[in-house]
Design a protein around this ligand. Structure first.
Ligand SMILES: NC(=O)c1ccc[n+]([C@@H]2O[C@H](COP(=O)([O-])OP(=O)(O)OC[C@H]3O[C@@H](n4cnc5c(N)ncnc54)[C@H](OP(=O)(O)O)[C@@H]3O)[C@@H](O)[C@H]2O)c1
Length: 326
């Protein structure tokens, strides 16, 4: 039986990876790795080990769930041990020899891996799963996106900030520069000279790579909101062809990983509480942009659990494909 190590097993994504491996009944041995702080902790009957140079001896696959700096440090050790790594950080996503994969969209790219496969950014995964069938139907030239990102996107510290500040707004902040309870913060990542944040660049840069479309244009605004889990996104698509709402609904009904929730008259639309702790991306509020005289612009709203489909589930789906190949 193959052995899978989860690097960062005590974090928000790592803990979810363990759950996904178990609920999908993937027949592998599991090894849990984290920092020295977590050494000896027991999760689901497994003892957490400190991530060290020899941690990957005898390991076949690594699911990476650490921040960039930590990932860059241990990656050479995993490579030396001959592991194939599916990594959640953004450390390697745009490297030429690293496939960036959403299995519903570009599973075939997994074959080109040289030992590292990257999981895309969580908001990018959710947006692209929501829009892939629409891209095939109408051709997407440009996307205007506003993300509303849950606090758990910043890991266990983000969850802690919201939970403590709801009780005491002056509780010490760990993850965010401002109070997040009863507030929202229009900054995720550092801004460049153009006033665009690192997180905001990801959807265009990663979207181009996943869709194999170097001309894709994305104008993105990322906002942190006081939601525990599941990102929401308001998306407007400028398309090559004239759009049709009924056709959009029809193609989304059969799109992989999507659930259509679009009956606004009856108050049916995607909401983050409803996508929490499940894998599908919900899509709704589909409407033509009436300000476009050519009728080529479509707006929608989508939600997805960014710890599941935006991170852990996507990585475990990639692992399943790797296991099928071997
Ligand atoms: N949260 C999300 O929604 C989300 C979505 C997509 C992608 N991601 C990405 O996934 C990665 C993990 O995010 P997260 O939200 O799960 O973060 P997190 O909750 O802060 O967890 C970080 C993990 O890294 C471990 N770690 C920290 N320093 C370490 C070290 N020196 N050696 C070994 N392990 C170390 C931590 O172990 P200790 O507990 O021992 O400190 C913990 O298990 C990040 O790259 C993030 O950008 C996150």
């Amino acid at each position: 039986m193959k052995t899978v190590a989860i690097a960062g097993a005590t974090g928000a994504v790592g803990a979810q990876m363990l759950e996904c491996l178990k609920e999908r009944k993937i027949p592998v041995n599991i090894k849990l790795l984290a920092s020295a702080r977590s050494k000896g902790k027991i999760i689901d009957g497994l003892v957490v080990e400190e991530l060290k140079e020899d941690s990957f001896d005898g390991v076949d696959y690594v699911l990476g769930a650490c921040e960039n700096d930590v990932t860059k440090k241990w990656m050479p050790w995993a490579q030396k041990a001959g592991c194939v790594v599916v990594d959640n950080s953004s450390a390697f996503r745009l490297e030429d020899d690293v496939p960036l994969v959403v299995p519903e969209i570009n599973a075939q790219d997994i074959q080109n891996n040289q030992g590292i496969i990257a999981n895309p950014n969580c908001s990018t995964i959710i947006a692209l799963v929501a829009c892939d069938a629409l891209k095939k139907e109408f051709g997407i030239k440009r996307m205007v996106v506003t993300t509303m990102q849950a606090v758990s996107g910043a890991g266990v510290k983000g969850i802690h900030d919201l939970e403590t500040q709801i009780i005491d707004p002056n509780a010490p902040r760990e993850a965010f520069p401002y109070q997040i309870a009863f507030n929202l913060i229009p900054q995720i990542g550092d801004f460049d000279d153009l006033g665009i944040s690192k997180e905001e660049w990801k959807m265009q840069n990663e979207g181009r790579k996943i869709w194999h479309d170097p001309d894709l244009l994305v104008n993105c605004t990322c906002v942190r909101v006081p939601v525990l889990r599941s990102h929401s996104e308001s998306i407007t698509l400028e398309c090559e062809k004239e759009v049709d709402v009924e056709k959009a609904r029809e193609v989304l009904k059969s799109a992989l990983g999507v659930q259509l929730k679009d009956d606004p008259q009856n108050k049916v639309y995607p909401m983050p509480l409803d996508t929490t702790n499940q894998d599908d991306v919900f899509v709704g509020r589909i409407r033509k942009d009436i300000t476009d005289p050519e009728g080529k612009t479509l707006s929608l709203f989508c939600c997805g659990d960014q710890i599941r489909k935006g991170a852990a589930t996507n990585a475990v789906q990639i692992l399943e494909k790797l296991l099928e190949q071997n």
